[in-house]
Design a protein around this ligand. Structure first.
Ligand SMILES: Nc1nc2c(c(=O)[nH]1)N[C@H]1C(S)=C(S)[C@@H](COP(=O)(O)OP(=O)(O)OC[C@H]3O[C@@H](n4cnc5c(N)ncnc54)[C@H](O)[C@@H]3O)O[C@H]1N2
Ligand code: MOO
Length: 398
């Protein structure tokens, strides 16, 4: 029986295989498509924010000097809406009705909120409370000067960043390209989810899981396939993946000890490593390079495939995409657990309301529903075969 590679050694190797993907080219994307992308350079605002002097309140634009001694009555010269157009200058000793966001006319230097006024005689306004120069006037550039940076490089774009870019009049941003990934499920028993299931057939869960996991890790899927256990078909799909621009190929299934191990049969002769890692689930693993593109082969069992992605591939992809690593914790076990000597066990579990780690559904790597009912992994170290309730364990958030 071939040696089992330690988990941390395999993780280091996969990380080194994916390291070159960290040097990202850049592309311009429309603001509407930029959510979650990473800025590739500082983003300069061509205009000042706000772009012009405008009112912060609905009320009356005045000269501060004219309202220093309230109450005072001023003739109303007209009205300025928040609408296109430049207002006429304000004559001394007059007021103009103004709306929030409307340009403050030259000559005015304060806005009196409408609540602090009442109608005066014959089209005039009575100002009940004095306002100092500058009050309720938003100066151009008071948020950001024209030509200065509105966003830094290396920023993961959230809605508030896109709002600032839009306010600056920008329509597109230079961002880092996402890592392009292909996802290939192997197994003659697989049918597309929703297709009728004949005897011996099951819906392909790994395709859906890995596509979603790739996206959640900030990368983009450029090719997917579901292939029967046929080496020529898999070979053609690997070529299609590389031709589609994939920079990373993920496969599931076909790497253990059976008679139809299609991934093993294809890639082992090409120099890939297909072996075993000292963990459960996820023991069988494969790594290689196909036409210059890294290929990571996961075991077919759905829990194994999902955990293998989370533990070995997601950390690199998330780091490249500017996403934080999965959360970890150290929690007390809610129940005793058993494990296998010599393998690191990743039990599925959930955090109880009182903050303990409770195992969910047993160690089997086919327990896809139990994984869905879990929100963390409970790590049982290689040398440990039993832990009592209350023992402290490392956990990894799913
Ligand atoms: N004699 C041995 N048999 C097995 C070993 C071993 O060491 N010696 N390892 C076991 C472990 S652990 C795992 S994990 C699996 C890994 O096998 P493969 O990677 O070759 O995967 P398959 O045999 O193709 O499938 C395993 C299992 O998963 C189901 N499957 C596969 N693909 C999907 C999919 N896309 N969606 C849903 N389910 C999938 C498949 O039907 C099998 O039930 O090998 C063990 N055997
Ligand atoms: O190691 Mo396998 O991944 O348990 O089912």
């Amino acid at each position: 029986m071939a040696e089992r590679i330690p988990v941390d050694e395999h993780a280091r190797f996969v990380r080194s295989l994916l390291a070159p993907l960290g040097a990202r080219p850049t592309e311009r994307v429309r603001l509407d498509d930029a959510l979650g992308r990473i800025t590739a350079s500082p983003v300069e605002s061509p205009i000042a924010l706000p772009p012009f002097r405008n009112a912060q309140m609905d009320g009356f634009a005045v000269r501060g000097a004219d309202v220093a001694e309230a109450p005072v009555e001023l003739p109303v010269a007209g009205e300025i809406a928040a609408a296109p157009g430049a207002p006429a200058d304000l004559a001394p000793g007059t007021a103009v009705r103004i709306m929030t966001g409307a340009p403050v006319p030259a000559g005015a230097d304060a806005v009196v909120p409408v609540e602090d006024t009442e109608p005066g005689d014959a089209g005039s306004v009575r100002i009940l409370r004095g306002r100092a120069v500058g009050e309720y006037v938003r100066e151009p550039g008071s948020d950001l000067a024209a030509g200065s940076d509105v966003l830094p490089p290396g920023l993961r774009l959230a809605p508030r960043h896109l709002a600032a870019a839009a306010a600056s009049g920008l329509t597109a941003l230079l961002v880092r390209e996402r890592v392009r990934v292909a996802v290939i499920s192997t197994g003659s028993e697989l049918v597309a989810p929703g297709e009728p299931i004949g005897p011996g057939e099951i819906p392909d869960a790994n395709g859906t899981a890995l596509v979603a996991a790739v996206r959640a890790a900030g990368a983009v899927v450029v090719h997917t396939a579901r292939v029967r256990d046929d080496v020529a078909t898999l070979h053609a799909e690997l070529d299609a993946a590389v031709d589609a621009g994939a920079e990373l190929v993920l496969t599931s299934g076909g790497i253990s000890q059976g008679a139809y191990e299609v991934v093993r049969e294809l890639i082992e002769p090409l120099g890939a490593w297909v072996g075993s890692v000292a963990m459960q689930p996820g023991g069988p693993q494969a790594t290689g390079v196909y036409r210059g593109v890294p290929l990571i082969g996961f075991p077919g069992n759905p829990v194994s495939a999902q955990l293998s992605f989370a533990l070995f591939v997601a950390p690199s992809l998330r780091a490249i995409a500017g996403l934080p690593p999965a959360g970890t914790d150290r929690l007390a076990l809610a129940e005793p657990v058993a494990s296998v000597a010599g393998r690191r066990q990743y039990l599925r579990g959930r955090r109880t309301p009182d903050g303990r780690a409770e195992p969910v559904g047993g160690p089997g790597s086919h327990l896809v529903a139990a994984l869905a009912a879990s929100d963390l992994l409970i790590v049982v170290p290689e040398e440990v075969t039993r832990l009592d309730a209350g023992a402290l364990v490392d956990t990894v958030d799913l």
